[in-house]
Design a protein. Sequence first.
Length: 147
Amino acid sequence: MAPRPQARHRSQRRRIATTAVLLALAAVTLIAATGCGSSKPAYCSDRSKLESAVKDLPNAAKTGGTAGLQSQLKTIESDATAAINSAKSDFPTETSTLKTNVDQLKTAVASLPANPSATDLAAIGLDATAVVSAVKAFNSATKSKCE
């Protein structure tokens, strides 16, 4: 016995509706994967994260002492690595300087004694200033692509 015409039409409409929904989901996924049409490079968001992490360094050191400094340095190192990896082909000089300065700060913080003296902390301050300068130079170099 053949299906009634109404049942056959409902089945066809259901398949068409399902296909339309699947196509719409595929389009949404494709748009999301391409960054919603943004023409900004990936390093733009990486540099924003890094800048924020560097700005938080003094507060982390002030409120958390050496442990706070070490914790914030891990965040800076992670954010710097992301920025360096995403921008090194376009900005090799700035990313190389950034890496060198972050590595120097990391070494200085790692060598801090449990109860650092004012002299120990002054050395950290110089290395932190170098990182701030490197981040500013990186931001300046990438400004035209990111703003």
